[in-house]
Design a protein around this ligand. Structure first.
Ligand SMILES: [Zn+2]
Length: 416
């Protein structure tokens, strides 16, 4: 079994944590911002120094390719590319691991192959997807989404920065100097597989004492918007029995939903109301319209169906207010490539690491890419489960173990 270099891994994490440093242990590195350009330039400098070919596509996605050192097997006229990477942008006051760790471990994996002169038959490629977070230019997973025909390129290029600057994603990309040719995009026919390493962003691996997560897929989810219509009246003069308080109605319905979902007694089921609006949002006025979101996730479509039934069977009247709801969007559970999942498992076993087979509860670029190329993911534990915040942390040794699993997974794929 090969191993990466722990010191080099640590240095990479520390160096990249300077690009967009908030001074509080985290980073703000919006896609195509000056901090992101610094990170991109550093990736380019390091990879070209190692002798890799550097290219970007028309979306600014980065591809750095290490050519094979050995001839392909008899059946393979043109050996397929083995890809690994993630994203280098972050949310506002995010951490030093989400996304970037997948880039840095792929860089460390490639550096190990180069410096140890490990023979391989396939091109090995670092990939950095543009604008995964969608924190400045919505939506999230923008460029992997364009590549996989989820979003229209023109529409995405017109996505306006949320900072009020009036700049579009397309303008920022042009200015960045990282806009390349459309012909450089990932070519599924020439790609053997994609492995994305990512932090878990939850507490399961750390609590179970696991070194790595073997990711089977991404859980399915449903999103609903609920609306409650009441009557606005004076908060001081209107007696309680006559009121149609939309916020009071919504709060009761929300508690009902939690209680009903709890009755399913499934510890893998998660549900969240993270967005709420209250009209007119004035402390002296009884609210007349309240909306809230509901996000429900589980890998088993049968459990999701049960949740939909609970929603459909809900009373339509709450505290004298009318309730309506509409599904916003859904995602089916995505299963990663079985063979690649096995390769990750085998690499972890052979390294003597304690691993845990799990689903990802969050969306990742790999989820879209899995529709066009064989794909899988590796999770590294997150301390305390924290993510998308400055507390996000995975000790370098944990990251290095993840890199070792990635390295041996890639070398195993290379044998096939
Ligand atoms: Zn991420």
């Amino acid at each position: 079994m090969y191993e990466c270099d722990l010191k080099r891994m640590d240095e990479k994490i520390k160096t990249f944590s300077k690009f967009g440093d908030t001074g509080n242990g985290g980073i703000t590195r919006f896609s195509l911002s000056p901090a992101a350009i610094q990170a991109r330039n550093e990736i380019k400098a390091r990879m070209t120094k190692l002798g890799l070919d550097f290219k970007t596509d028309d979306l600014g996605d980065i591809y750095c390719t290490l050519p094979p050192t050995q001839a392909a097997g008899p059946g393979e006229t043109e050996p397929g590319i083995i890809m690994s990477g993630s994203h280098c942008d972050s949310v506002r006051q995010g951490g030093n691991f989400d996304g970037i760790l997948g880039v840095l471990t792929a860089m460390e994996m490639i550096e190990t192959i180069v410096t140890k002169k490990i023979p391989h038959k396939h091109p090995i490629q670092l990939v950095v997807w543009t604008n995964e977070e969608g924190a400045l230019y919505e939506p999230a997973m923008m460029c992997s989404g364009i590549l996989c025909n989820k979003f229209e390129k023109d529409k995405m290029f017109n996505s306006l920065a949320k900072d009020g600057s009036g700049i579009t994603f397309g303008q920022a990309l042009k200015k960045s100097g990282f806009k390349g040719d459309i012909s450089n995009r990932i070519n599924p026919a020439k790609t053997k597989g994609l492995v994305e390493l990512h932090i878990e962003q939850g507490p399961v691996l750390e609590e179970g004492g696991f070194d790595v997560g073997v990711v089977k897929g991404v859980v399915g989810m449903i999103n609903y918007e609920f609306t409650f219509k009441g009557q606005a009246d004076h908060a001081g003069t209107f007696p309680m029995p006559y009121r149609k308080d939309a916020l009071f109605a919504a709060s009761q319905a929300l508690i009902y939903l939690h209680q009903e979902f709890d009755k399913l007694a499934d510890s893998d089921l998660v549900y969240t109301t993270g967005k709420i609006s209250c009209h007119p949002d004035i402390h002296t006025v009884i609210p007349d319209e309240v909306k809230f979101s509901l996000d429900v996730r589980h890998a088993d479509p049968e459990i999701i169906k049960k949740c939909v039934k609970i929603i459909q069977k809900m009373p339509k009247e709450w505290a004298n207010c009318q309730m309506t709801y509409k599904p916003d969007w859904t995602r089916e559970t995505i299963l990663f490539d079985k063979k690649l999942v096995q390769n990750v498992q085998q690499a972890a076993d052979q390294l003597g690491y304690k691993s845990h087979v799990m689903y990802s509860g969050a969306g990742h670029d790999a989820q879209y890419l899995s529709e066009i190329v064989p794909t899988t993911m590796i999770f590294v534990p997150s301390k305390g489960g924290h993510s998308h915040c400055e507390l996000e942390y995975s000790p370098s040794e944990w990251c290095w173990k993840g890199a070792n699993v990635l390295l041996n997974t890639v070398l195993e794929i290379d044998k096939q």
